[in-house]
Design a binder for this molecule. Structure first.
Ligand code: NAD
Length: 257
């Protein structure tokens, strides 16, 4: 299956799951637009290396997705967007009565509203091309909740709702929209939580991973960025032409509990 001739814009893709998805889509032949809010030499080197490794065109476009104009500008600047992967996301953990308002606003802006803005600009491009795929990265926390992650969980549930609405608005066209719901994937976002969890639970790294972080992941293994990327490639393939408006969990059994 080849995605040759298609261009994929992946938000928040200079790291973690976004970069993993970029690798898998590039391996399948798609040209790639990488994005983050930084504009460093490393970002542009990442794009050059990805292009070289997979023999596809790769651009890096800086856009701070907490800002609606920049989220819309990312897709406008890309100029073409056959595949849109809304992946950018951040986390903050605090009880609701102590949750800083600015953190709530930032998480809703980056993890939820940016996907509305990018989708709004990408859909006319997909309609013109008579084909499109939107893959939204939600979470096991888009289907279940945990304490102290109010903004993240609200945003990830919101992404599932946006996914369903987008799917219904495009149902008669060759455009699909689905959400991938990963369980824990060992990325910088998760790695950064380990020292705090070790301190909070007075446990060593291995114990905190198994008993705290993967407590709700029955497989007791992290999902990998390659597995998330492969799921995105499947959703972009012809096999998935009739899959729209749904969620696909890659969570080692978390949501079966
Ligand atoms: P990560 O921190 O490695 O990557 C997050 C990406 O978002 C980075 O590229 C970062 O630069 C980008 N980003 C952050 N703020 C941005 C902004 N204002 N504008 C543009 N880009 C911005 O984290 P990750 O674990 O790879 O997470 C990627 C997505 O997967 C997130 O939406 C996250 O919620 C989701 N997710 C992760 C896990 C997990 O266990 N890692 C589980 C479920 C869902």
């Amino acid at each position: 299956m080849s995605l040759s001739g298609k261009t994929a814009v992946i938000t928040g893709s200079n790291s973690g799951i976004g970069l993993g998805i970029a690798h898998e889509l590039a391996k399948a032949g798609a040209d790639i637009v990488l994005n983050s809010f930084t504009d460093s030499d490393d970002d542009h080197k990442l794009a050059a290396d990805l292009a070289k490794q997979h023999g596809v065109k790769v651009r890096y476009i800086k856009a701070d997705l907490s800002k609606p104009d920049e989220a819309r500008g990312l897709i406008a600047q890309a100029g073409v967007c056959d595949i849109l992967v809304n992946n950018a996301g951040i986390q903050f953990v605090a009880p609701i009565d102590k949750f800083p308002t600015e953190k709530w606003d930032q998480i809703i802006a980056i993890n939820l509203s940016s996907a509305f803005h990018t989708t709004a600009v990408a859909l006319p491009m997909m309609r013109k091309a008579k084909w499109g795929r939107i893959v939204n990265i939600s979470s096991a926390h888009g289907l279940t909740a945990s304490p102290f992650k109010a903004a993240y969980i609200a945003a990830k549930h919101g992404i599932v709702g946006l996914t369903k609405t987008t799917a219904l608005e495009t149902a008669e066209e060759a455009i699909t929209c689905n959400a991938i719901c990963p369980g824990y994937v060992l990325t910088p976002l998760v790695e950064a939580q380990i020292p705090d969890q070790m301190k909070a639970h007075n446990m060593d790294r291995e114990t905190v991973i198994r008993e705290v972080m993967l407590d709700r992941q029955p497989s007791k293994q992290f999902a990998t960025v390659e597995q998330i990327g492969g799921t995105a490639v499947f959703l972009c393939s012809a096999y998935a032409d009739q899959i729209t408006g749904t969620t696909i969990s890659v969570d080692g059994g978390w949501t079966a509990l």
